[in-house]
Design a protein around this ligand. Structure first.
Ligand code: NAD
Length: 462
C-alpha cells in the first residue's frame, strides 16, 4: 500500500516526549494507562510541555473544575421504580460558558465523562468558539426505554442538574444516545423550573434542539460536515484529491452517515462501512444516501444486500456484500474514518488498517497503543478535536441565533462553519510545522496556546 508522502510522526522530536507523571503525582492522580481520562490528560500535558505552558495551568487543566454525580428515581411504565445515575462535569470555562453533550449509554462512567469534558475544552479553543468544556451523561440504555420512560429520565436528570447549568453558564447538547427530541424535553423541563426572571430566555440552555424549537439549520449534519471540511482542506495538499478517494467508515450514526453522504457528494467512493449490526463492502462504492435510509429504517447497516430490491430500500446494483469485522478493517482505502465509540481502534485493529489517512469522527476512538501502531505505519492521523469540532461550532451558531432572536439560512451556516474548520485546520498545521510534532499534539498546542493567552490576561482569582 502506498503511504502518505509526509514523514511519519514518530520521526519528529517532539512527539510523545513528555511524561505527565509529575503533574499526576502532584495532584494525587493514579497512573492507569487504560483509563481514558488519564490518557486524555496525558496527551494534553504532552502538548502543554512542548508549548511550555506554565506549570500552574497544567495543574488547572489536569482536573475538571466541577464534577457532579446525581442519583434519581424514575417510574417505569410497569409501575416499578428504577434508580439512575447521571453526571455533569465542567472541565474549564476560561474561554466562556461550559459546553458539551449529554450521553445516554449503559457504559457511561465518571472518568469517561471527565475525559470528554476535557476534550470539549480543547475543541472549543481550537475552533475559536467562545465556550469552555463540559460533558454529561446518564447511565442507561435508551434503546431499552420507551418514549415516555425516556422523557421521564430526561426530565428528572435536568431537574437534578438544573442548579449548575444555564443559558450563559453551562449549555448541554446531544451526544451518543440523545437527539433533538431529548433536547426538546431538556429545554422544556429547564424552562418550567427556571426562575421567573430568566424563563423567557431559557430555551438557550441547550443546543441541538429541533428547528421548530429554536434549533439551527445544518446542526444535524454539522459534525460530519466539519470533518469533510477538514479533509477537503488537508488531504489535497498531501496529494490526495477527494474525487475518487476511497473511504471506510466505522459507525453509521449521525457522524458516520453524514461523513459518508457528504464525502460521496464530493466524489469520494465509500467502499466499506461497519456498525454494531455488521460490516458491508462494495469495491465500486456503496450508495451512502441509501445506506443512511436503510439504517434509519432497520437500525443498522446489516442487510444492505447487493441487488435486494425492497420498498424504499436497496435498489439492485447499489448495495454491498456482508464482510467480517477483520475484513472490514483490512480493506485497502485512502481514508479511514472511525465514527462510532471511544477506544475502538486498539493495537490489533490499528495493525489491520490499510489506509494513508485516519480522520477521527468519534471522540477518542484510538487507544494509545493503537495510535503508536498507526504512527509506526506512517498513517497520518487527523485528530478528533479538529475533525469533529463542527458539531459544537454549529451549536455555537444556534446559541448565537437564539440570543439575538435571528435565524440564519443554510448557506450562512455552511459558510461560517467552513471558515471555522479551515482556520482550525491551518492552525493545527502551523503548530505541527513550528513544533515539529504529530498532528494530535499540534491540535492540542493550537488549543492550549489560546487558553494560555487568556489565562495570562485574566490572571488567577483573587
Ligand atoms: P450515534 O449513536 O448516532 O452513532 C453511533 C454509531 O456507532 C452507530 O452507527 C452504531 O451502530 C455504531 N456503533 C456502536 N457500537 C459499535 C460497535 N461495537 N461496533 C461498530 N459500530 C458501533 O452517535 P454519533 O452522534 O454519530 O457519535 C459518534 C461519535 O462521535 C461519538 O464518539 C460522539 O461522542 C462523537 N461526536 C458526535 C457529535 C455529534 O454531533 N453527534 C459531535 C462530536 C463528536
Amino acid at each position: 500500500m502506498a503511504k502518505a508522502t509526509i514523514a511519519a510522526p514518530t520521526d519528529t522530536p517532539n512527539t510523545k516526549s513528555y511524561r505527565s507523571g509529575h503533574v499526576f503525582d502532584e495532584l494525587g492522580m493514579a497512573h492507569d494507562p487504560n483509563n481514558l481520562y488519564l490518557q486524555t490528560i496525558d496527551a494534553v500535558l504532552t502538548a502543554a510541555e512542548v508549548l511550555e505552558l506554565p506549570h500552574h495551568l497544567q495543574l488547572i487543566l489536569a482536573q475538571p473544575k466541577n464534577e457532579v454525580m446525581a442519583h434519581f428515581p424514575v417510574k417505569m411504565n410497569d409501575g416499578s421504580y428504577k434508580l439512575f445515575k447521571g453526571y455533569r462535569v465542567q472541565h474549564n470555562n476560561a474561554l466562556g460558558p461550559y459546553k458539551g453533550g449529554i450521553r445516554f449509554h449503559p457504559e457511561v462512567s465518571l472518568d469517561d465523562v471527565k475525559a470528554l469534558s476535557a476534550l470539549m475544552t480543547m475543541k472549543c479553543s481550537l475552533v475559536r468558539v467562545p465556550f469552555g468544556g463540559g460533558k454529561g451523561g446518564v447511565k442507561c440504555d435508551p434503546r431499552a426505554l420507551d418514549r415516555d420512560e425516556l422523557m421521564r429520565v430526561t426530565r428528572r436528570f435536568v431537574s437534578a442538574i438544573a442548579s449548575i447549568i444555564g443559558p450563559d453558564h453551562d449549555i448541554p447538547a446531544p451526544d451518543v444516545g440523545t437527539n433533538s427530541q431529548v433536547m426538546a424535553w431538556f429545554a422544556d423541563t429547564y424552562q418550567n423550573i427556571a426562575g421567573a426572571n430568566m424563563r423567557h430566555d431559557s430555551l438557550r440552555v441547550v443546543t441541538g434542539k429541533p428547528i421548530e424549537m429554536g434549533g439551527s439549520v445544518g446542526r444535524e449534519k454539522a459534525t460530519g460536515q466539519g470533518l469533510v471540511d477538514v479533509v477537503a482542506e488537508m488531504l489535497p495538499a498531501f496529494g490526495t484529491p477527494l474525487e475518487g478517494m476511497r473511504v471506510s467508515v466505522l459507525g453509521y450514526g449521525n457522524v458516520g452517515s453524514w461523513v459518508g453522504r457528504l464525502l460521496a457528494e464530493r466524489g469520494a467512493i465509500i467502499v466499506a462501512v461497519m456498525d454494531h449490526t455488521g460490516a458491508i463492502h462494495n469495491e465500486k462504492g456503496i450508495d451512502a444516501q441509501m445506506l443512511a435510509e436503510h439504517c434509519a429504517e432497520t437500525g443498522g447497516v446489516a442487510g444492505f444486500g447487493k441487488g435486494v430490491a425492497t420498498n424504499g430500500g436497496v435498489k439492485a446494483g447499489v448495495g454491498a456484500d456482508a464482510i467480517s469485522e477483520e475484513e472490514f478493517y483490512r480493506t485497502t482505502v485512502d481514508l479511514f474514518v472511525p465514527a462510532a465509540l471511544e477506544q475502538m481502534i486498539d493495537e490489533e485493529k490499528a495493525g489491520w488498517l490499510d489506509c494513508k489517512y485516519y480522520a477521527e469522527g468519534a471522540n477518542a476512538p484510538t487507544t494509545p497503543a493503537g495510535e503508536r501502531v498507526l504512527m509506526k505505519n506512517g498513517v497520518e492521523i487527523l485528530p478528533a478535536i479538529l475533525c469533529n469540532a463542527g458539531g459544537v461550532t454549529v451549536s455555537y451558531f444556534e446559541w448565537v441565533q437564539n440570543k439575538s432572536n435571528v435565524t440564519w439560512d443554510i448557506e450562512t451556516v455552511d459558510r461560517e462553519l467552513n471558515k471555522h474548520m479551515v482556520l482550525a485546520a491551518r492552525r493545527t498545521q502551523l503548530a505541527k510545522h513550528r513544533y515539529e510534532c504529530d498532528m494530535r499534539t499540534a491540535a492540542y498546542i493550537a488549543a492550549l496556546d489560546q487558553i494560555g493567552k487568556v489565562y495570562a490576561m485574566r490572571g488567577i482569582f483573587p
